[in-house]
Design a protein. Structure first.
Length: 256
């Protein structure tokens, strides 16, 4: 026999469902979400939330893409938006290594990464937090969840974002793409975050907007909330345990 949830009340139950370790798969029938009983899966109690940065905490993907496309064209290369979107969630070093080999670009990969970093830093004042992120962060912080940031971006920009929005008083652990040997979709960055938080991977949920990030989270043995950000392009988030379009869809009311 299937369990049921009224879809109009699903928002209120989101983190309660995750906290009780239920991974939701089912189908919609009218306003009712039917959950087959044998599709509930048990794992560890939720203790920590790990946020991706670009496209989850800050709405920065349009700026990244604008800078990257302009720099690539200056160096003699050109790609479609669709192909560019496949690099979202991956490190700058990986992307520029790919472009350099494909287009035989003259600058070194290190030089290209440095130029991109400088241009992004010069425009960081244009970046804003994602809607409702701050309120959600405060809610989970006040409920004593451990918080971490795990971004493919470089250390300098991660630190600038943390400082600009005064996040370090809440998010105690931050890991950049420069702090790991292998970037997403390799799970190293999330496993390192869990280790620094001193929690087991199955006690963590990751919030990610990119295919590579979702794959990394699942490979790490963590739950994953797919954040559907239209500015991140057509990302395949289907392997996430839950997909939302706004932080306003995530509530702690039901577990207070």
């Amino acid at each position: 026999m299937a369990a049921c949830l009224d879809a109009r009340h699903l928002t209120l139950h989101t983190l309660k469902i995750l906290t009780s370790s239920a991974i939701i798969k089912g189908e919609m029938v009218g306003d009712v979400f039917h959950i087959p009983k044998n599709l509930f899966k048990r794992s560890g109690k939720l203790k920590a939330i790990i946020f991706d940065m670009d496209g989850v905490i800050i709405d920065s993907e349009p700026l990244h893409m604008q800078i990257e496309r302009k720099l690539l064209e200056e160096c003699g290369g050109k790609i479609s938006r669709e192909e560019h979107e496949t690099f979202i969630g991956k490190t700058d070093y990986h992307m520029w290594s790919t472009f350099k080999e494909r287009f035989n670009l003259k600058p070194s990969v290190d030089e290209l990464v440095k130029i991109k970093k400088q241009r992004f830093t010069q425009n960081i004042h244009k970046i804003k937090l994602m809607d409702n992120f701050y309120e959600f962060m405060l809610d989970v912080y006040n409920e004593k969840y451990l918080l971490a940031l795990a971004s493919s971006n470089n250390r300098k920009i991660v630190d600038q974002v943390m400082d600009r929005f005064d996040l370090s008083k809440y998010i105690k652990v931050s890991i950049s793409g420069e702090d790991v040997l292998k970037g997403k979709p390799n799970p190293e960055i999330f496993l390192n975050a869990a280790k620094k938080l001193d929690v087991k991977p199955n006690n963590c949920v990751v919030i990610e907007d990119a295919f590579a990030g979702v794959q990394a989270a699942k490979a790490a043995g963590m739950k994953c909330i797919g954040y559907k950000n239209p500015n991140s392009g057509k990302q395949d988030l289907s392997d996430a345990d839950l997909i939302v379009e706004s932080f306003s869809e995530l509530s702690l009311d039901s577990i207070k």
